[in-house]
Structure formats: structure tokens, C-alpha cells
Design a protein around this ligand. Sequence first.
Ligand code: KIV
Length: 255
Amino acid sequence: MTALQKAESIRVRKGGRRIAALTAYDYPSARLLDESGVDVLLVGDSLGMVVLGFPDTTQVTLDHMLHHVAAVARAQPQALIVGDLPIHTYDTPEQALETARRLVASGAEAVKLEGGLRQAEKVRAITEAGIPVMGHIGMLPQRVIEEGGYRKKGKTPEQAQAIREGAQALIDAGAFALVLESIIPQTARLLTNCLSVPTIGIGCGHGICDGEVAVITDLLGSYPWFVPPFARTGADVAGITREAVVRYISQVRGD
Ligand code: KIV
């Protein structure tokens, strides 16, 4: 399947079988997640926090993204590989297209960028060049410093309406799906009901959107130092790792 066909296979899931998306940052996790049947592998700029040790995503560079997208692409997954455009690599439509092309050259099949109305022309520039775009609305992690923290969105009818207008502008510009981040469930449901492309929620409640995305380290319990309250945790990889390492150290030292 071509990248466009894969993105289209996600778009047509609107209102149908829910889309399961996970972040992936390297070859082994991409292979394991793909073999388990996930629909979308998002090489998210969350890698800045959970892989590179930055306090947030605002220090992630395009070089970081290219490195990790290439590792994920080497797994040749059936799942759609979506690569994030990092902060300040899409300040103009021309720059957005150039960045998207570089991510595609590294193996991304679609790209994601953050923001609503003000990003519509950038989305249009990328989609008109034949590269599928996933939007990202609600809480925008790349703006965490300006906003002073991770806050819930869509709490008032005015906020909900502004998010809806932004979402519609992204769809009109050609976005095939939208990540909804930390939007209160009532508003996320309303958006899901009125938008024509799949909504993929994180921090919006379960079973509300057309799909969900999770950060793989939250799901696996492999980054225990910061776990968002909404995370669905399915394993304790940090605990297993510590146990195995303590056992190894003891065996080596003969304690
Ligand atoms: O970077 C990321 O992992 C993301 C998800 C939180 C949606 O954008």
C-alpha cells in the first residue's frame, strides 16, 4: 500500500472500528507494536521527554525526529508511520512543506503538526504536495511554556466553538485525521460527532473519539517519573528492569 492509501484506510474508519495508535521511537518497539496489530505508529516529539530526557517537547529538533523516524521505518511496519513536525520547523507554509518532505525522505508516511486555524495554510501546502497530514488540536504540548502547564481544553462553549472552527479549517485544508489532546469528554464527543474525519483522542476519556493514541512508555510503565493522570498503564517495565538489573549485579558480584 502507498502512504496515501494507508492514510485513506485510516480516514475511512470514521465512525467505524476504532483506531488504535501508539507512539514508537525505535526499531524494536516499532516491530513489536506492528506485530501486535496497532493501526498507527506515531513518532511523536514526546520522544524529547521520554527518550531524550528534556523537560518538554520544545527542545526537539528536526535532526532528532529524522533519526527516530528512520529507525521506526526500518521495521517496515504495516501500520501507518506518522512523524511529528517539531516546534519552529513549520513557521511558514514553505518551511512546513520542506520539513514534511525531509520526514518523508526518512521514512514517514504522514506527518502531524500542532494547532488549528493558523496552521491551515501549512496543512494545505503539505497535502497539496501529496503528503498526508494529521492535525493536533486541544492541548498543544509545543506551547506548554507559553501556557504555563498542561491544561484541559474545551471547557466553555466558546472554547469548544474555537476548537471546532480550527478543526474544520484543518479538514478543509486536507487533514485526514485529528489528534484531540486533553479536551474534556463532552467537547471531544461533540467534535467527534460533527467532524468528518476520525478523531484520535489522548486525555479525552476512553471510548469517546474514533480512536485513541497513547505514549508507549505510559502504556508499558517504562518511564515512571512522569505519568499523566489519564494514562492507561498495561505493564511495569520499569519494575521488571530494576529487578533484572539488581539480580544481574548480584550474580556478577557473587553477593
Ligand atoms: O508527541 C506525541 O507523542 C504526541 C501524542 C501525545 C499525541 O503528539
